[in-house]
Design a protein around this ligand. Structure first.
Ligand code: SF4
Ligand code: SF4
Length: 322
């Protein structure tokens, strides 16, 4: 059971991207990381993506049970947004194209074009565009509608990103999820917008609606940061986890957001005890060049090179938690 790997501190969650609708990429990444020892996958809340993840698990031919989670968010959460380029303003300079971690941007005749299926809303392109021509598009965000569009029996956990400042919106969504789904829930907790005290209060209130130890708190540092593989990048995640740890909430704690190969090492050095780790951008980036190959799943040599990289990340991360 999912709760067992959390209790045993063996949880490694691969974040595929709450806005990542690229079916092929999801299938390839899940196949690879499932074989590498990852036991938990965080997905965009779409049935075709859940199906792709299930195929990936099957492809990996491993006996251990793997668990699936979908992520839901509040309005304006970047994880759930896409972007759009105004071609009237675009100078086709290519800066956005170079920085995009998803290779979701390509050059068109009249300016750059976004592949919305691949875009994960990280907004790095917006930061480099000197012409101010990339705008954020909000995705459809009706929790009931999303939950009714997927087979809930296919998933093991639902996560709510609660970084938005609106208490009303967060608790409306939390109540819908709580009443619709009886499995494990996860709170993605980010203190950057809320401040420490407000964050703790919010978590306390969210947990009050749940049985003890049926919830995961994901301490989010710097989500989708794309930073270097060092302590600095992961510092926020460990700092957020420490604040949550000190509250002794009746829940499981995992690191996330700006996480990398150093995260659990830093947590250990700081005496922050977690039940697992979730890694997204970094875990995807280190195998990107292999995953992008059309025949990735058939080319044994390419697959085994990527597998050794993924395995090293999973094993090192877990080793430092235990
Ligand atoms: S960075 Fe801006 S101006 Fe340059 S190609 Fe991208 S959208 Fe166009
Ligand atoms: S840089 Fe981020 S927000 Fe921009 S297109 Fe790529 S994935 Fe989407």
């Amino acid at each position: 059971m999912l709760l067992d790997i959390l209790k045993e501190k063996k949880c490694f969650k691969l974040i595929l991207g709450a806005g990542n609708e690229d079916v092929d990429e999801v299938e390839k990444l899940v196949t690879l990381y499932s074989k590498a020892g990852c036991n938990f996958f965080d997905l965009c809340p779409k049935q075709e993506i859940i199906d792709a993840a299930k195929r990936g698990i099957k492809n990996s031919f491993v006996k251990e049970k793997k668990y699936l989670c979908i992520s839901l968010g509040t309005k304006n959460d970047p994880h759930f947004t896409k972007v759009k380029i105004n071609n009237k303003l675009c100078k086709n300079c290519g800066k956005c194209l170079e920085i995009c971690p998803q290779r979701a941007i390509s050059k068109g005749k009249t300016g750059c074009v976004i592949n919305k299926t691949k875009c994960i809303g990280c907004q790095r392109c917006i930061k480099v565009c000197g012409e101010n021509c990339i705008k954020i598009l909000n995705n459809k965000n009706d929790t009931r509608e999303i939950l009714s569009s997927i087979k809930l029996s296919d998933i093991d956990c639902i996560e709510l990103h609660s970084i938005g400042a609106s208490e009303k919106e967060v608790f409306e969504k939390w109540d819908v999820i709580n009443t619709t789904y009886k499995g494990i829930l996860s709170i993605c907790a980010d203190r950057t917008k809320l401040g420490d005290e407000f964050l703790k209060e919010r978590i306390k209130k969210m947990l009050s609606k749940r049985p003890d130890f049926s919830t995961v708190i994901q301490a989010d540092g710097a989500p989708m940061s794309g930073g270097k593989d060092d302590f600095k990048t992961t510092l926020q995640a460990v700092a957020t986890a420490e604040i949550i740890q000190n509250e002794n909430f009746p829940a499981y704690l995992i690191l996330s957001g700006g996480t990398n190969s150093k995260s659990t090492e830093l947590a250990k050095l700081c005496n922050v005890s977690v039940n697992g780790i979730a890694i997204g951008s970094y875990a995807r980036k280190i195998v990107k060049e292999y995953i992008e190959k059309e025949d990735f799943l058939k080319d044994e040599k390419t697959f085994s090179k990527a597998l050794s990289i993924a395995k090293n990340l999973v094993e090192t991360s877990i080793k430092n938690i235990l």
